[in-house]
Design a protein around this ligand. Structure first.
Ligand SMILES: [Zn+2]
Length: 469
């Protein structure tokens, strides 16, 4: 214990920017202490519960102890290495605040105007300065004359951007430490009364990734229409520094199979350029999953009849149902699901009062059995604009909204599978690349499913398939 706290004391007293020492302070400290406590507990358990395996357990603990000692030695070596900065240098640091750019940080560090400009210039090609996060820390080592000799920014523990002053100006260096990449697969089904996020937690998806996963799913699936029993499968890839310090994570693949919303797959596409704006999730056909999608036509969605084949309530015949029926009281406001131009506003004996809106990708949304129509042909409507009222006109057994959707070719499609308008598509070389990536992702899914089951994370007993890349 003493060694550990002694080490911590040295780290805190050494805010030196030259090397990863600052991360030692924030991260490594917890690792040895936790491990130490774990060792003591394990030793106790081993001795009290597993008497017969005592010898073996003790050997394992000794080996673990040796590893821990080696780690402390390497940390000490790192500390010694950075203590070689000239003693008259003065180390400044400052933290990014809400609304800050690098410039504001440099001003607070009292770096002079000329050097501020040079530092920004030297960093701007390598660092996405527009993506600074609140709480990130910059370090500068100033010499006795107050000019910056070294400048350091680490967006995460494994990536350090370093500027060093030379006679010809600042020299930039990127220090990338080795990381491990890990893929895990999560499968589950929605249950009655649980939220999507709650369900994602329950199947073992780490809390830090739940928001990202639900964002990807919501691009493709209209969740008010998801039902208990609907199944999903997620392939995550996460990057760790020293096996335990989380650096980043992404959703490589997401699959959703719903009773009403249908079957959907999303694949992570990546251009060779990591900053490419095409890097996003797509369907296998190359349609981007962008969440600027359709709005809902009613404030409350209660599906009384989904898209597909059904027995017609009046004629008793089996008939395709080219839309979704939402039960709702007469007079309830009906909203346009996206902006567009009204192409139909009229009445017929089957659909009753009906409205159709053409959207910018030439798809059309249709609203039927209305008690009132609020817009005429040619009107320009915006998303969520009220265009009429729920009714029971035409061939209808009770007040409901029939929502239909035609694709750009005029064929009826399942409105629940249509979640956005005019999504950008991958074409040509990019589409070919996507298809290669899709094949690769499918083989990654197979490989991960075949991996041994391990605990999903430290805070759950859920077992998942996981493998290091
Ligand atoms: Zn209907």
């Amino acid at each position: 214990m003493k060694t550990v706290f002694g080490l911590y004391g040295r780290l805190r007293g050494n805010p030196n920017p030259d090397i990863h020492i600052l991360y030692l302070e924030h991260y490594h400290f917890e690792v040895p202490v936790n491990r130490f406590v774990f060792l003591v507990l394990s030793a106790f358990l081993a001795l009290s519960l597993f008497g017969c395996n005592e010898e073996e357990k003790i050997q394992n603990l000794k080996a673990e102890g040796d590893r821990l000692r080696a780690k402390i030695d390497s940390l000490s070596a790192a500390i010694d290495q950075v203590q070689t900065l000239p003693g008259n240098w003065n180390v400044q640091n400052d933290t990014v605040r809400a609304g800050d750019g690098l410039f504001q940080v440099l001003v607070r560090m009292q770096i002079n105007e000329r050097e501020r400009g040079k530092i920004v210039l030297a960093l701007q090609d390598s660092v996405e300065l527009s993506k600074l996060r609140v709480g990130q820390v910059f370090y500068a080592a100033l010499d006795s004359a107050g000019s910056v000799q070294k400048f350091r920014y680490a967006p995460n523990p494994a990536t350090v951007h370093m500027l060093s002053r030379t006679d010809s100006g600042y020299v930039y260096k990127l220090i990338e430490k080795p990381v491990t990449r890990r893929q895990s697969i999560f499968e589950g089904a929605l249950t009655e009364g649980s939220t999507l996020n709650g369900t994602l937690f329950r199947v073992g998806i780490p809390g830090r990734m739940v928001g990202i996963v639900s964002g990807v799913l919501q691009c493709k699936v209209a969740f008010p229409l998801a039902r208990a029993g609907d199944k999903f499968r997620i392939l995550l890839e996460e990057t760790f520094y020293q096996d335990s310090i989380w650096i980043s994570g992404k959703v490589v693949y997401a699959e959703f199979d719903g009773r009403i919303v249908g079957h959907h797959e999303a694949f992570r596409y990546e251009d060779p350029d990591p900053k490419s704006s095409f890097n996003a999730h797509y369907t296998e056909k190359g349609e981007a999953l962008v969440y600027d999608g359709l709005r809902y036509p009613l404030d409350r969605l209660h599906v009384t009849s989904p898209f597909g084949s059904r027995i017609h309530p009046i004629t008793g015949q089996r008939k395709a149902h080219y839309g979704i029926d939402y039960g709702s009281p007469t007079g309830t406001p009906v909203y346009a699901v996206a902006e567009g131009i009204v192409t139909v506003s009229g009445f017929d004996q089957f659909s009753g009062n009906k409205i159709a809106i053409r959207h910018r990708d030439n798809s059309e949304s249709w609203y039927m059995h209305l008690s009132a129509r609020g817009v005429g042909v040619g009107a320009k409507v915006s998303a969520r604009q009220c265009i009429g009222r729920v009714g029971s006109t035409g061939r209808s057994t009770g007040p409901h909204l029939h929502l239909g959707f035609k694709n750009e070719k005029g064929a009826w499609i399942n409105p629940a599978s249509k979640t956005m308008i005019a999504a950008p598509k991958l074409e040509g070389e990019r589409l070919a690349r996507l298809h290669k990536e899709v094949a690769e992702i499918r083989s990654q899914i197979e490989a991960t499913l075949a991996a041994p089951a391990v605990k999903a994370n430290d805070t759950t007993d859920v077992m998942v398939r996981m493998r290091n890349l």
